[in-house]
Design a protein around this ligand. Structure first.
Ligand SMILES: [Zn+2]
Length: 285
């Protein structure tokens, strides 16, 4: 059962916040212009950060530069480069999903979320006063009323509903033609994630499920989601699609699946891991 492990459990990157503990080199920088990351590729065609001995680093705005943590013995930073005169080519991070390795995507995800959060919390949401960075924590603090604001995460569930050798897959109106995936939805205030699974499955396709089993999670920085992935056994009901959300939902035999998301997506992993549990071969791509 544990043979098919969700690869998000990488320990290569350690998230850290307090840059005052960081001394000297080596440092790497992920540079963003808004939601777009500066493109540099190494000899293996992998996206790489800008090292601290690069002339670009002198141009960075220190107020818009944030410590992210440690990756393979190097300190990693993020910096917003709009208005710095840096004009190298950038591309939206979403367009790089599936094209860059998982660990790089995770670190870049952290970078873009920290930068977006900092940029959109310059003023207090309660009194309108000016916010300043907390001296140690990842927080913005209002100079007037002392309200502390931390980076926001929006938890959501993503669930594969299964019944013996069939899985329930659905497509929403925005999916590419013929593409199906697992069900997903945001956690409401006050809900447990298990309640969210039951509610979302019933709202979207009208089915009941048994208590869901947590399988793994994936950070999804568009803009600040954390997806919690589950398997849930079908427990009753007939498919009834929520019209404004779901274009179609069907039971598919495991040996005859439609087009599904790529290998980097947790939705795909939830499907592949169920195939594995049922002893059915997994497609390579
Ligand atoms: Zn305030």
């Amino acid at each position: 059962m544990s043979l098919f492990v969700w690869p998000e459990a990488s320990r290569d990157f350690v998230s850290l916040t307090d840059a005052s503990q960081v001394s000297g080199s080596p440092r790497d920088y992920y540079l963003f212009r808004g939601a777009e990351i500066l493109l540099r590729f190494d000899e293996n065609d992998q996206l790489e950060p800008v090292p601290d001995d690069d002339p670009l680093i002198d141009k960075l705005d220190q107020e818009k530069t944030h410590y992210l943590g440690e990756l393979a013995g190097r300190h990693v930073f993020a910096s917003e480069i709009s208005n710095t005169g840096i004009e190298e080519k950038t591309l939206g991070l979403r367009a790089l999903f599936g094209r860059i390795d998982r660990l790089t995507f995770n670190v870049a995800s952290r970078a873009v979320q920290v930068l977006n959060w900092h940029q959109s919390h310059q003023f207090c949401g309660r009194c309108g006063g000016r916010n300043i960075p907390h001296e140690r924590d990842r927080a913005m603090v209002c100079r007037d009323c002392r309200l502390h604001v931390y980076p926001r995460l929006s938890p959501s569930i993503i669930v594969l509903v299964h019944h013996e050798d069939e899985v329930l897959l659905a497509r929403n109106h925005r999916f590419p033609e013929g593409m199906y995936s697992t069900l997903a939805g945001f956690v409401e205030p006050g809900e447990t994630i298990e309640q969210t699974v039951h509610r979302e499955v019933f709202e979207e396709v009208g089915l009941q499920v048994s208590p869901p089993q947590f399988m793994g999670s994936q950070s999804w920085p568009f803009p600040d989601s954390l997806m919690l992935g589950f398997h849930a056994e079908y427990a009753g009901g007939d498919i009834l699609c929520q019209e404004d959300e779901i274009a179609d939902a069907q039971w598919f035999p495991l040996g005859d699946l439609p087009a599904i998301p790529g290998k980097m997506a947790i939705s795909r992993w939830l499907i592949d891991s169920y195939l594995s549990l049922r002893g059915i071969p997994i497609q390579d791509s």
